[in-house]
Design a protein around this ligand. Structure first.
Ligand SMILES: [Mn+2]
Length: 286
């Protein structure tokens, strides 16, 4: 069964970013649990804020799972990426991600590579950037495997990267990486910008999608843009997706209201009888 999660950022430099809860892990977990979320997704400044703190106890106290952990602080705080033209920077990016994989893996959660994919340009061609990425994914996915979790890779929209923008590009990258332990993260906000058709994109990702970012067309909580979550539930059901849908949305107008709206949308789409919006319509009709 598809599970719900909500994001918590612990990175002050990410202020203004699409995270529902901020700063206080304990208070965020209390609220997430109260609203009925199954898990949380954490955006930490470093691995030690996952591994050294009270997180395991807080999760247990509130009966929450750790859905995933972001690695984007490596970019936001240190400007590391896996496609930098400087091999020393690429190595630091791998080291940063590896440390998060280990901390998250100890709590049975996968790590996410999103903004750490960087951008190609200058001395680095698109092909070379893709090779850098595939090579890094291949190595890091094996670190993840030791914890029994996949490594999650997220296509981003064109304003955030020029390397992997769409689900089908992501599938190609996963194939190039040759590890069977890399899964894709399908983010509805990015997909709304880049994909020709949601349903076709999900079909392209069949068997490869390991996590979903649940946000509306304008990056607000689902229900406050023009994506209909009942369709999303239907499409994910079609490809037998069974992971988390995790609210990576702006804390607008307030974190509490964004969290509550997300849960209301999740319940109506994923916990009610499913509509049949495309009865008789084939994916190829789009
Ligand atoms: Mn995302």
């Amino acid at each position: 069964m598809i599970k719900s999660a909500v994001t918590i950022s612990l990175v002050p430099e990410a202020r203004g970013g699409p995270f529902i809860f901020w700063d206080d892990l304990h208070e965020a977990c209390r609220k997430a649990s109260h609203l009925g979320f199954d898990g949380i997704e954490v955006f930490p400044p470093d691995a030690s804020s996952i591994s050294d703190g009270d997180l395991p106890r807080i999760l247990e106290d509130h009966d929450l799972r750790l859905a995933a952990v972001g690695t984007g602080a490596g970019w936001v705080k240190h400007k590391f990426t896996l496609t930098d033209q400087d091999s020393a920077v690429r190595q630091k990016a791998r080291d940063f991600i590896r440390s998060i994989i280990r901390a998250a893996g100890s709590l049975q959660a996968p790590a996410i590579i999103g903004s750490m994919q960087g951008r190609w340009g200058g001395e680095v061609s698109h092909d070379l950037a893709t090779r850098f990425l595939a090579d890094a994914l291949n190595e890091l996915a094996e670190v993840s495997r030791a914890y029994g979790v996949p490594l999650l890779f997220e296509p981003l929209n064109r304003y955030e990267t020029n390397v992997v923008n769409r689900i089908d590009d992501g599938v190609s990258l996963v194939r190039q990486a040759a590890s069977d332990n890399v899964k894709l993260l399908a983010d509805l906000f990015h997909m709304n910008i880049e994909e020709r058709d949601f349903r076709l994109a999900f079909h392209d990702g069949t068997g490869h999608i390991g996590h979903v970012h649940f946000a509306d067309s304008n990056r607000r909580a689902v229900g406050w843009g023009h994506i209909d979550p009942r369709f999303v539930a239907y499409w994910l059901d079609e490809i037998a997706y069974e992971g988390f849908v995790s609210a990576e949305a702006l804390p607008f107008p307030t974190p509490d209201e964004a969290a509550a709206r997300t849960m209301q949308s999740f319940q109506s789409a994923f916990r009610s009888r499913k509509p049949q919006p495309f009865e008789g319509r084939r994916a190829t009709d789009a």
